[in-house]
Design a protein around this ligand. Structure first.
Ligand code: ADP
Ligand code: MG
Length: 430
C-alpha cells in the first residue's frame, strides 16, 4: 500500500523543520493518511494544524480546510508559504477574490499543485464552487474549530451545520474534525452533525500542571486585593479579564494610579489603539493588559505569569481558555478569579433577552461555573472532569496546584457537628 512507503519523519522535517511529532500528532497523521474519518481534540497550542497539513502535503489531491475566520485562514496560508513552499500549495477561496484570482486558484487545483484549499463554510455553499470541487480530486475535508457546529460550544456558527450535506455532494470523502473544546456534549454534537460516529478519536490531556487555580470571594476590596497581588509580581506579565468595557477602563486607570503599568483592551477601542496596546504587552512595554474577552485569541505570549478574572466568566470553557494563556512556557502561571453570586445574577440578566433555547444552555453552563467556584474539592479534578477526563488528585501532575488542595476549607459548624457525631458513634463501637 502507498501509505506505508511514506516516511513521516522525513516529510515532517522537510515541510515543517521539526524532528519530532508533538503528542498525538503522529497517530493522527497516520489515521488521516489511512483514509479514516478522524476526530482530534487537543488544547489550544497543541499543534492541531500540522495534523491535517502534513497529510494534505503527502496525499494525492487537494484537502479542503474549513475554518471560521478569514484572518485565521490567511495566517495559516502565510505560515505554510513561509515554510518555503510554492505559492500555489495553499490557497484561500473566499468572496474577496476577483474572477481572475478564482481562475488561478482553480487552475492550481486542477494541475495538482494546490494541496490545501482554505474555505469559510459559507463559501462552500456556492453552487459554482461545489460543481468545481466535484470535478477535482479531494483528499479529505478538515474542519478546524469544529465546535462551531455545536450550540453547546462557545462559538456556535449555524453555517457549520450545512457542512455534512455539502461534503456528501462532493463524494465519499474522509472528514477530519478538530477542536480544543473538550466537553463531552460538544464532542457528541460534532460527531452527530458530521455523521461520523465511526471516527477514530484522538484526545489529548487538558491538564495544565503548571497553572495554579485560586478563587477568592469578591468583596468591595477587590481592587485593593488585585493591586496587592500584582505588586508581588512586579515586572511580570499578566492579563486581567473584566466583563464590561467600562470596568476594563476603570481597572486600568486604578492600576495606573497605583504605579502599575497597565493598558486597556476591548472592542470599543479603535483598531489602531488595540493593536498598539497588544504590541506594548507583547514587547513588554507594559506589564498588564486589562481586557474583555476580545483579548487573547491567537495571542501567544509564552511568559504570562498571571491571569486574573475580575469577573467570573460565563462558562468553564471560557475560564479554561482564558486561564490557559498563563504559563505557556511551562513556567509558573497563577490563575486567580474573583467570585460572587451577584455576578452570576448579572450574567443571567444579560441572557434574559436571548431565545429560550440559548438561555437554557447559558444557564446550564453558568451552573457549572457556580459549582466550580463553590466546590471544596481539587479544582483541577473538577475542571478536568468537566472535560470528560479523570484526574488522580493525589498523584496526578499538578495535584497540589490549587487553593482547595493547599488550604482545605475549614469545615462549617454543621459539618463539624456531623464529624463529632460520627466519631462518637465510632467510639462506642470500639
Ligand atoms: P492549535 O491549532 O492546536 O492551537 P497550532 O497548530 O497553531 O496549535 O500549533 C501551535 C504551535 O505548535 C505552533 O507554533 C506550531 O508551529 C507548533 N508545533 C506544532 N507541531 C510541532 C512539532 N511537531 N514540533 C514543534 N512545534 C510544533
Ligand atoms: Mg488551531
Amino acid at each position: 500500500m502507498k501509505e506505508q512507503k511514506i516516511d513521516l519523519y522525513k516529510e515532517l522535517k522537510k515541510y515543517f523543520g521539526f524532528s519530532q511529532f508533538k503528542g498525538l500528532q503522529e497517530k493522527v497523521v497516520e489515521s488521516i493518511i489511512s483514509g479514516n474519518n478522524t476526530f482530534v481534540i487537543m488544547p489550544t497550542g497543541g499543534g492541531k494544524s500540522l495534523c491535517y497539513q502534513l497529510p494534505a502535503l503527502v496525499l494525492d489531491g487537494t484537502a479542503i480546510v474549513v475554518s471560521p475566520l478569514i484572518a485565521l485562514m490567511k495566517n495559516q496560508v502565510d505560515a505554510i508559504r513561509s515554510m518555503g513552499s510554492e505559492v500555489g500549495v495553499a490557497h484561500v477561496l473566499n468572496s474577496s477574490l476577483n474572477k481572475t484570482e478564482v481562475n488561478q486558484v482553480k487552475a492550481d487545483i486542477i494541475s495538482g499543485k494546490t494541496k490545501m484549499l482554505y474555505v469559510a463554510p459559507e463559501s462552500l455553499t456556492k453552487e459554482d464552487y461545489i460543481q468545481f470541487l466535484q470535478s477535482v480530486k479531494i483528499s479529505f475535508v478538515a474542519i478546524d474549530e469544529a465546535h462551531c457546529i455545536s450550540e453547546w460550544g462557545h462559538d456556535f456558527r449555524p453555517e457549520y451545520r450545512n457542512l455534512r450535506s455539502i461534503i456528501k455532494q462532493l463524494g465519499d470523502i474522509p472528514i477530519i474534525g478538530l477542536t480544543a473544546t473538550a466537553t463531552p456534549k460538544v464532542q457528541e454534537d460534532i460527531l452527530k452533525n458530521l455523521d461520523m460516529s465511526d471516527a477514530k478519536t484522538f484526545k489529548a490531556s487538558f491538564n495544565r500542571p503548571n497553572l495554579y487555580y485560586e478563587i477568592r470571594p469578591k468583596t468591595k476590596n477587590v481592587e485593593a486585593d488585585i493591586i496587592r497581588f500584582i505588586k508581588q509580581y512586579k515586572g511580570k506579565s499578566g492579563v486581567i479579564y473584566c466583563l464590561s468595557r467600562k470596568k476594563v477602563e476603570e481597572i486600568a486607570q486604578v492600576l495606573q494610579v497605583n504605579g502599575i503599568s497597565a493598558v486597556p483592551y476591548h472592542a470599543g477601542l479603535d483598531a489602531k489603539t488595540r493593536a498598539k496596546h497588544q504590541d506594548m504587552f507583547l514587547m513588554e512595554d507594559v506589564d498588564v493588559v486589562v481586557a474583555t474577552i476580545a483579548f487573547g485569541m491567537g495571542i501567544d505570549k509564552p511568559d504570562v505569569r498571571f491571569v486574573i478574572h475580575h469577573d467570573i466568566p460565563k462558562s468553564l470553557e471560557s475560564y479554561y481558555q482564558e486561564t490557559g494563556r498563563a504559563g505557556r512556557d511551562g513556567g509558573e502561571g497563577i490563575c486567580l478569579a474573583y467570585y460572587s453570586y451577584k455576578d452570576i445574577e448579572k450574567l443571567e440578566k444579560f441572557m434574559s433577552g436571548k431565545p429560550v433555547a440559548e438561555q437554557e444552555i447559558g444557564y446550564a453552563l453558568l451552573q457549572e461555573v457556580v459549582a466550580y467556584a463553590e466546590t471544596s474539592m481539587s479544582r483541577r479534578k473538577y475542571l478536568l472532569h468537566y472535560f470528560g477526563e479523570e484526574f488522580d488528585e493525589v498523584n496526578g501532575e499538578g495535584a497540589d496546584m490549587d487553593d482547595n488542595v493547599r488550604n482545605p476549607k475549614k469545615k462549617t459548624e454543621a459539618q463539624n457537628q456531623v464529624v463529632t457525631l460520627l466519631e462518637a458513634i465510632k467510639d462506642t463501637k470500639q
